[in-house]
Each structure stands twice: as structure tokens, then as C-alpha cells.
Ligand binder design. Structure first.
Ligand SMILES: N[C@@H](CCC(=O)N[C@@H](CS)C(=O)NCC(=O)O)C(=O)O
Length: 248
């Protein structure tokens, strides 16, 4: 049995991390039995989620998880694709992970309203006396990562022009397809679905989230994928709501 280390449902999403959702989707696409565990973050070998424990083999990073599943279980997530489409799918996935991701992180973490509605809730488990310091330190770490990546060196208008282009590209590529690259799923569906769901999360307001909401085929794809792979998930993330109601 494979254990997938996750954050757990939040912000109206099966997981607030698109990389965790991607990891979970890969396991679902591969039809491999797995169980989520929300208690692994402090032991994460690379300080990030997701990672898996596959019968004692630890694999950290969603792309390495994909490669591990492909190798160990002889799975070809892209079996229905031509070589050209394999290339397009991989490049699209990396556009989302290495570019769009950082724009979404910027809006989630750097804008006070989004931060309070979203990431701030993660710290409700921290004792109240330490909470402001921990929040400040973690937010500072995210700010430095955004600067290190380079995205936050742009002004918001330029950042938005860039993310708009990426969402348009994704929407053009999807077109009227059922899945990202056609009538069959491929590996990049795990990523595309995770990022589109994150961009459409109702908790956040930003030009990037606003742009995603103007693209009907992305919305319909999110809805189809959610119904197929997360039946019964209705966007309620009660553990966060419960914490929100807890005394500070
Ligand atoms: N390249 C990694 C990225 C994973 C990642 O960035 N995870 C974030 C959540 S979206 C994380 O755990 N961040 C915690 C931290 O940086 O302290 C992957 O594909 O799995």
C-alpha cells in the first residue's frame, strides 16, 4: 500500500497544494491503492509535500513520484499520445509548475485578504502565543522564494499579463477535448486539473483567479475531472471551517 503525504483538504480543494493534488491524481490515474497521511510534513525529506512511502521506498517530489510509478508498475501515463503530444503535454505541465505556480503563490500568500482567507488558517494548530511569529516567518520565507524565483520582481500588471497568457495557452490546448490532450487521460491531466482547480478555488481573489474564471472550458474541465476523480467531494473543507470557528 502506498502512503501519500498530503496537507489535507482546504480552501475548497481536495488539497491546497497543486503538487499534492497532482500526486494523488497520478495514483488515481494509475489505479494504485493508496492512503493519504496528513502528518508527514515535518518529516518530509525535501521539506516539501508531496512524498510517498511505497512499501518502504520514499519518493519526494511529484515528478519523481510519477517516474517511480512509471518504472515500478510499468505504467505509461501518456500511452494514448503521439511523440509530439508527449512533448507538448510535458512542456505544458512544466509551464504550470514552474511559472503559473509562482503567480498563484504570490496572490495567495502576499495579498492580505487572500492570505487571511487561505494560508493563515494553516497556522491555527500553532499555539496562539507563537502564531503571529510563525506566520510572519513562514510568510517571509515564501516572500524570499518568490523573489528567488524572480516572479515577484515584476509588477502585478506584468505578472498578470504573463499568467493570462499561460491560462489562454492552456485553454487553447484543451479546446473541446474531454481531457487535456484528447479523449484519453495523460500524465499532464494530473497537473492541469490540479492547477486549474487551484486557480478556480473560490477562496481567492486576484487577476489570475479572475482570468481563469473567464475561461468556460477550464471550468467545465475542472467540473468533469472533479466528478470523475473526486466523486462526493463537494468543496466543503470542514476541518478548516472547524478550526476557523475555534477560539484563538
Ligand atoms: N517540485 C515539488 C514542489 C512541491 C512544493 O512546492 N510543495 C509545496 C506546497 S505547494 C510545499 O510543500 N512547500 C512547503 C515549503 O516550501 O516549506 C513537487 O513537484 O512535488
Amino acid at each position: 500500500m502506498i502512503t501519500l503525504y498530503t496537507f489535507g483538504p482546504a480552501f475548497g480543494l481536495p488539497d491546497p497544494s497543486p503538487f499534492v493534488m497532482k500526486g494523488e491524481m497520478l495514483l488515481k490515474l494509475a489505479r494504485l491503492e493508496h492512503r493519504p497521511n496528513t502528518r508527514g510534513f515535518l518529516k518530509a525529506p525535501k521539506g516539501k509535500l508531496p512524498y510517498i512511502d511505497d512499501d518502504g521506498t520514499i519518493v519526494a517530489d511529484s515528478t519523481l513520484i510519477r517516474m517511480h510509478l512509471e518504472q515500478k508498475y510499468s505504467i505509461d501515463f501518456d500511452r494514448g499520445l503521439s511523440t509530439r503530444d508527449r512533448g507538448v503535454a510535458w512542456a505544458t505541465e512544466k509551464m504550470l509548475e514552474d511559472h503559473v505556480y509562482w503567480v498563484l503563490v504570490y496572490w495567495r500568500w502576499m495579498k492580505d485578504g487572500n492570505f487571511e482567507r487561505g494560508p493563515a488558517n494553516i497556522f491555527r494548530r500553532v499555539p496562539a502565543i507563537f502564531r503571529p511569529l510563525v506566520k510572519w516567518r513562514v510568510r517571509g520565507k515564501v516572500r524570499r522564494s518568490l523573489h528567488g524565483h524572480g516572479i515577484s520582481r515584476h509588477n502585478e500588471e506584468d505578472m498578470t499579463r504573463m499568467s493570462n497568457r499561460a491560462f489562454d495557452a492552456l485553454s487553447f490546448l484543451l479546446g473541446d477535448n474531454k481531457y487535456l490532450m484528447g479523449n484519453e487521460t495523460c500524465g499532464a491531466d494530473a497537473t492541469a486539473f490540479a492547477f486549474i482547480a487551484g486557480a478556480l478555488a473560490p477562496v481567492f481573489e486576484s487577476p489570475a483567479h479572475g482570468k481563469a474564471r473567464t475561461l468556460p472550458n477550464l471550468i467545465a474541465y475542472r467540473d468533469r475531472m472533479m466528478a470523475e476523480f473526486y466523486p462526493g467531494f463537494n468543496g466543503d473543507t470542514p476541518h478548516l471551517l472547524a478550526k476557523r470557528a475555534a477560539p484563538r
